[in-house]
Design a protein. Sequence first.
Length: 117
Amino acid sequence: QVQLVESGGGLVQLGGSLRLSCAASSSTFSIYGMGWYRQAPGKQRELVAFITSSGSTDYADAVKGRFTISGDYATNTVYLQMNSLKPEDTAVYYCYFAQLGNPGGSWGQGTQVTVSS
């Protein structure tokens, strides 16, 4: 597994912005996708956004038009720019790397995002 280090979470007011970053801190191989998931209290973890090594992206309907995922496969870093934040975006956000030969992928430790109204 790859060790992933996240940063950028915090407390922000309604309508504010945050940028999350996630970088691999150990040797990497065959990473073909990077993404962000989130888990709110009492809810299941859900996909927020994903980007493949070819640049294709996918977003949850709830964040389309507000969040933007970008990735640098040369440095194995993924970013999530979050704009127009809402209280319902409050959750722990986890980055995820998909790798060949590692069916479960690698997960970050999670970073808290709290949006106050």
